[in-house]
Design a protein around this ligand. Structure first.
Ligand code: NAD
Length: 435
C-alpha cells in the first residue's frame, strides 16, 4: 500500500490569522489534529479521503406546537460519521449554538473516542437548535418526539444509538426510546443509552463521564509524581460532567478550589464546601447567586493557581489568547473540543500535560456500551461490576495513549488520534471497499 502525506494544503501550518478563523469552526479544529495524526501514520490516500468525510448528514425541520398554541419550527441534525467498527454512537444536544459543522465535528470525535477506548462502535452526533431553558417540559417532549421521528430511519440498536449531551438528560432519552418503540410496535431499550435505570439504564451511567475524568486524572497525577491528596482542581462547567468530576475528585482526596457554570464561577483557595454548593444548585440556582465563596469569571477560572484544570462546559474555551496564562500542570478535557489547535501548541510548549477529550471523557460512552450490552443481553450488572470494568478500560486506555505519544514523541492528543485512526483504518482495510 502506498502511503502519502495528506493533501498538502491541509497539512501545512496555517498562518496565525487563519488559525483563529479555524478556531471558530469545530470541524476544521478537529480535522487539523486528524491531518497531523494521519500524516504521522502515513495513511494511504484513499482511506484518508474516506475518513475525512461523514458517511451521512441528516437535516430535519422540527415543527412544535408551543403551550400558547403558536407553532415554532426548529432545525435538527443527525450526523453519522463512520460505522466501520459497529453501530454509530453519539449524544443529542439541544442548544442555540448547535450547527451542522459542530454536530459533524462531534460525530467525528465520537468515532475517534470509541476507537481510543476500543469499543465496537462508530461515531454519530445529533442536535436541535433551540433554547430549552425557555421551553416547558411538554414543549421539550414534543420537540424530542418530533425530532426522533424525523431521524427515525437512522436509529436502531444495530445502526445508530443516541445518548444524552448538552441540555439533554435521561428524561429526554426515555422519550426518544418510547417514540422509537411506538414506531417499531415493540419496546426496544437498546436504541438509546443514558436512560433511567427503571427502563433499561445502567447503574453508574450518570456518573460515568465524570468518573472517567477522575480516573485518568488520577493516572496523570501518578505519572507526574504529583500527590493526589490535596491536588487543587478548578472545574469549568457544573453540569453532568463537571459536577460529577468535582464530586468524585473531592471524594478521591483532591481539593476543588473553583467551579463555574454559564453564569460565572466561585473560588475558595482553601477548597469549596461542595456539599453546600450542590445544595445551592439543586434548588435550580446558578452559581452567581452562591454567596459563600469569591466570584470569578469563566476566563479567570482558567488561570487559577492549581494542579488540575477541567474544562467541562463547551468547546473552544482554551484559545491562543488565553492558553499562555494557564498555570495548571494537568488539563483534563471533560468537554469535547475545549482546546483550539493554536492553544495546543502553547500548552505543549509550556509542558502542560493535556488529557485529550477523546480519552478523558470516554467514560460516558464506555458505560453507554455497558448499558447497550446489558439491554441486549437482558441481564443487568451491579454497580461494582460497572465501576470496576470502567476503571479497567480507562486505565488501560490512558496507558495506551501515553505509550503511543511517548513512542512517536507527540502530544497525548496526537497520540490518542493516532491510536484511534489506526484502529478505524485497520477495520477499513480488513473489510475492503464495497463499490
Ligand atoms: P450539561 O448541560 O449538563 O452542563 C453544561 C455546563 O456548562 C452547565 O453547568 C452550564 O451552565 C455550563 N456552561 C454552559 N455555557 C457555558 C459557558 N459559556 N461558560 C462556562 N460554563 C458554561 O452538559 P454536560 O453533559 O455536562 O456536557 C458538558 C461537555 O461535556 C460537553 O462538551 C459535552 O459534549 C461533553 N460530554 C458530555 C458527556 C456526558 O455524558 N454528558 C460525555 C462526554 C462528553
Amino acid at each position: 500500500m502506498t502511503a502519502i502525506n495528506p493533501r498538502p494544503s491541509q497539512t501545512v501550518m496555517k498562518p496565525e490569522k487563519d488559525r483563529f478563523l479555524a478556531a471558530e469552526n469545530p470541524f476544521e479544529e478537529m480535522m487539523s489534529r486528524f491531518d497531523d495524526a494521519a500524516k504521522r501514520l502515513g495513511l494511504e490516500p484513499g482511506l484518508y479521503k474516506i475518513l475525512r468525510m461523514p458517511e451521512k448528514q441528516i437535516t430535519v425541520a422540527v415543527p412544535v406546537r408551543l403551550d400558547n398554541g403558536d407553532v415554532e419550527v426548529y432545525t435538527g441534525y443527525r450526523v453519522i460519521y463512520n460505522t466501520s467498527r459497529g453501530p454509530a454512537k453519539g449524544g443529542i444536544r439541544f442548544d442555540l449554538q448547535v450547527s451542522l459543522d459542530e454536530v459533524t465535528a462531534l460525530a467525528a470525535w465520537m468515532t475517534w473516542k470509541c476507537a481510543v477506548v476500543n469499543l465496537p462502535f462508530g461515531g454519530a452526533k445529533g442536535g436541535v437548535i433551540c433554547d430549552p431553558t425557555t421551553m416547558s417540559n411538554s414543549e421539550i417532549e414534543r420537540l424530542t418526539r418530533r425530532y426522533t421521528t424525523g431521524i427515525i430511519e437512522t436509529l436502531g440498536p444495530d445502526s445508530d444509538i443516541p445518548a444524552p449531551d448538552v441540555n439533554t438528560n435521561e428524561r429526554v432519552m426515555a422519550w426518544v426510546m418510547d417514540t422509537y418503540s411506538m414506531h417499531k410496535r415493540h419496546t426496544v431499550t437498546a436504541v438509546v443509552t443514558g436512560k433511567p435505570i427503571e427502563m433499561g439504564g445502567s447503574l453508574g451511567r450518570r456518573e460515568a463521564t465524570g468518573r472517567g475524568c477522575m480516573l485518568v486524572t488520577r493516572e496523570a497525577l501518578k505519572k507526574l509524581n504529583i500527590p493526589l491528596k490535596g491536588a487543587r482542581v478548578a472545574v469549568q462547567g457544573f453540569g453532568n460532567v463537571g459536577s460529577v468530576t468535582a464530586d468524585l475528585m473531592a471524594k478521591a482526596g483532591m481539593t476543588i478550589v473553583a467551579v463555574s457554570d454559564k453564569s460565572g464561577g466561585i473560588y475558595d483557595p482553601k477548597g469549596l464546601d461542595l456539599l453546600d454548593v450542590f445544595k445551592h444548585v439543586q434548588g435550580k440556582h446558578l452559581l452567581n447567586t452562591y454567596t459563600r465563596a469569591k466570584h470569578i469569571s469563566n476566563q479567570e477560572i482558567l488561570h487559577l493557581d492549581c494542579e488540575v484544570l477541567v474544562p467541562a462546559a463547551l468547546e473552544n474555551v482554551i484559545t491562543h489568547d488565553n492558553a499562555a496564562a494557564i498555570t495548571a500542570r494537568i488539563i483534563c478535557e471533560g468537554a469535547n473540543g475545549p482546546t483550539t489547535a493554536a492553544a495546543d501548541e502553547i500548552l505543549n510548549a509550556k509542558g502542560i500535560f493535556v488529557i485529550p477529550d477523546i480519552l478523558a471523557n470516554a467514560g460516558g460512552v464506555t458505560v453507554s456500551y455497558f448499558e447497550w450490552v446489558q439491554d441486549r443481553g437482558g441481564y443487568f450488572w451491579d454497580e461494582e461490576t460497572v465501576i470496576s470494568r470502567l476503571e479497567k478500560i480507562m486505565v488501560h486506555s490512558f496507558d495506551e495513549v501515553t505509550t503511543m505519544a511517548e513512542k512517536h514523541k507527540v502530544s497525548n492528543r496526537i497520540g490518542a488520534y493516532m491510536l484511534a485512526i489506526e484502529r478505524v483504518a485497520a477495520v477499513h482495510r480488513l473489510r475492503g471497499m464495497y463499490a
